[in-house]
Design a protein around this ligand. Structure first.
Ligand code: 13P
Length: 287
């Protein structure tokens, strides 16, 4: 079974754009994403972390993705982001996810390879795109007060990448090059672009390189990362932040309001703006 996401990722490699993954767990987030996508008409991936998918339930997430796709008349893909075990990802695949990401970054490389390979064997038979992870990406999708400190030893080692993709057979690979989950104080991000180029030289076109932590990284660095081979970028925190500030504004302007859609409209608008900005940046009209 052929997964159309592979064709879009290949096109991204050839033309030099990146496909966004937007994480979600609420209708307000989805509505913001849909409104932006309706205008721009770029393909995208919907992501749910383990926590987001537990909150929604696999079946609801899968059905939501189908509805979004129908509503937009666009290809949309659903990824289980940062799955920590084979069993959890197997359940996501069985439920109908088109992509899964196994995050074995805290494991020893041998164990990471062994589980990733198992996910690949299960996923490929079912036409599911599998993302692995090598190197440790710090942080979580929230607003961090402290400055980001990256330990060089946690970054992806270019000399390990070829072995990892050969022994696992992954389609996509999340790498650690100074990126982190969450928004950090200004000046925190300084992507190691030389390392990215070294990794790209190691893998060529054999794997799709993924940048996690798409929130808060300056646009100039994002553009350079895409130029050097990143073809998928995950975004969560900026959407969460827009959701929160939109709802706060809704309650501030009408403290007695209890009708959800009346409070939510500000959040939807703010999320739409974030999604639009990211889509324009990642695609730069190259699709
Ligand atoms: P941010 O929360 O920093 O946008 O990162 C999201 C992410 O990488 C999800 O996998």
């Amino acid at each position: 079974m052929k997964n159309q996401l592979l064709d879009i990722l290949k096109k991204a490699q050839k033309k030099g754009f990146a496909i966004p993954q937007f994480n979600f767990c609420t209708i307000a987030q989805l509505k913001g994403i849909i409104r932006a996508a309706k205008r721009l008409r770029y393909p995208f991936i919907l992501g749910t972390s383990e926590g987001e998918s537990r909150y929604l339930g696999f079946n609801l997430a899968v059905e939501i993705k189908r509805v979004v796709e129908r509503e937009l008349g666009l290809k949309v893909f659903l990824n289980l982001d940062h799955g920590r075990s084979f069993e959890y990802l197997k359940r996501a695949i069985d439920a109908g996810y088109q992509m899964v990401h196994f995050d074995g970054s805290e494991l020893k490389i041998e164990k990471n390879i062994a589980i990733t390979r198992k996910v690949v064997a299960y996923g490929k038979k079912r036409g599911v795109v599998v993302e692995g992870e090598l190197g440790y990406i710090p942080g979580s999708s929230k607003i961090h007060k402290e400055t980001l400190k990256i330990k060089p030893e946690n970054m992806t080692k270019p000399e390990q990448v070829r072995r990892f993709i050969k022994e696992t057979g992954v389609d996509a690979l999340a790498i650690a090059i100074g990126n982190a989950h969450g928004i950090f104080p200004k000046g925190s991000f300084n992507l190691d672009l030389k390392r990215l180029s070294m990794i790209k030289r190691e893998v060529g076109e054999r794997v799709f390189l993924v940048l996690h932590g798409g929130s808060g990284i300056p646009s100039k660095q994002i553009k350079e990362a895409i130029k050097r081979g990143i073809v998928k970028i995950n975004v969560n925190t900026e959407i969460r932040q827009a959701w929160r500030s939109g709802i706060e504004r809704g309650f501030d302007t009408n403290p007695g309001e209890i009708t959800p859609y009346k409070v939510m409209s500000g959040a939807v608008e703010k999320i739409e703006k974030v999604v639009e900005k990211k889509m324009k940046l990642f695609y730069s009209n190259k699709y």
